[in-house]
Design a protein around this ligand. Structure first.
Ligand SMILES: *Cc1c(COP(=O)(O)O)cnc(C)c1O
Length: 316
């Protein structure tokens, strides 16, 4: 039986692909677009949720903790990843879930439960106040915040930058890094690791401008608060988290048809829609090299299908 650290090492030894992305609509604009396919890291432990978790798993082990406790909504990609990580790396897991227990669990929570996660539903008010049920001995748990965006989560995302720089085939600089943001952890990790190179565009999946503060806060936590080569793009949230707009779904379907890259409606769909829209508006200079980070999240499509029907017409 290989030890814990060598399993993690194995997991990180294979880089996720960095592929050319050709979008015919953007041909006239002369851009070089590359996509970092973190959605392909692993079927269950994928995307930025793995990036944010791996150093936390090492730390939990170092502290001798046997249980991971975390927080999330009923469709959370983070809950899904923590449940899978627990099963894979031999931790018990507790998920504190926002809202009353539903009559029937959705796809995300069914999976989490099948991995052995102990699901604890608490009211939205209790959730906001982080009031954990009394019977849970929190001192004995390793607590990962919602979305996994603590300092080790931020640092873990630096690996995305390191991998891409090893994968690029020439020394031509990257002009832009584009990614989707929810809590800002991934954006902060990438900005920190770039050390001032490139410009990072964080596309907000949520309404409002609060993310700007959140990213700045996480940068400061990581001693990277002085980097200002980044910008929050807040025009492509499509109404917020759990909304779906026909225009976006149609875009995701035709994007898949052309590129073979599956997107989700909460994060990466909005990101690619936003990049295409900005490109058509002349935002990027001709000749720009752009790295797009596919942060995963495709498990969310299962729950999406359960709720809204087969609007997304691709498998993944
Ligand atoms: C959670 C998630 C994000 C948001 O990442 P943050 O680090 O919270 O900003 C982006 N994309 C996908 C697919 C996610 O699951």
């Amino acid at each position: 039986m290989p030890d814990f650290h060598s399993i993690i090492k194995q997991f990180n030894a294979v880089f996720s692909p960095l592929n050319d992305l050709t979008i015919s609509d953007l041909d006239p604009y002369g851009l070089e677009i590359l996509i970092k396919r973190d959605d392909l890291i692993d079927p269950a432990l994928s995307g930025n949720k793995w990036r944010k978790l791996h150093l936390n798993l090492v730390e939990a082990k170092r502290q001798g903790k046997q249980t991971l406790l975390t927080f999330g909504g009923a469709y959370s990609n983070h809950i899904y990843a923590v449940a899978a990580a627990g099963q894979h790396f031999g931790f018990k897991t507790i998920g504190i879930i926002r809202g009353e227990a539903p009559a029937e669990l959705g796809a995300t929570l069914r999976f989490a439960k099948s991995c052995g996660m102990d699901l604890q539903f608490i009211s939205r008010t209790a959730y906001r106040e982080k009031i954990i049920p009394n019977h849970i001995k929190i001192e004995s748990c390793y607590v990962v915040p919602e979305g996994g965006s603590n300092l080790l989560g931020v640092k873990g995302c630096g690996a995305i930058v390191d991998e891409v720089y090893q994968q690029l085939e020439d020394d031509k600089p990257v002009d832009y890094w584009c990614l989707s943001s929810g809590t800002g952890g991934t954006a902060s990790g990438i900005i920190s690791q770039l050390l001032g190179r490139s410009k990072v565009l964080a596309f907000s999946a949520l309404k409002g401008d609060f993310l700007k503060k959140e990213i700045q806060h996480l940068l400061e936590l990581n001693d990277a608060g002085h980097f200002n080569n980044w910008q929050l793009i807040s025009d492509y949230h499509f109404g917020g988290y759990a909304k779906h707009k026909p225009e976006l779904i149609q875009f995701m379907n035709s994007f898949y048809e052309e590129t073979g890259v599956p997107l989700d409606p909460v994060y990466t769909g909005k990101l690619l829609f936003g990049i295409c829209d900005l490109a058509k508006k002349g935002f990027f200079n001709r000749g720009s090299r752009i790295v797009v980070v596919h942060t995963g999240g495709l498990q969310g499509l299962l729950g999406f299908r359960e709720r809204f029907g087969p609007l997304v017409n691709f498998e993944f």
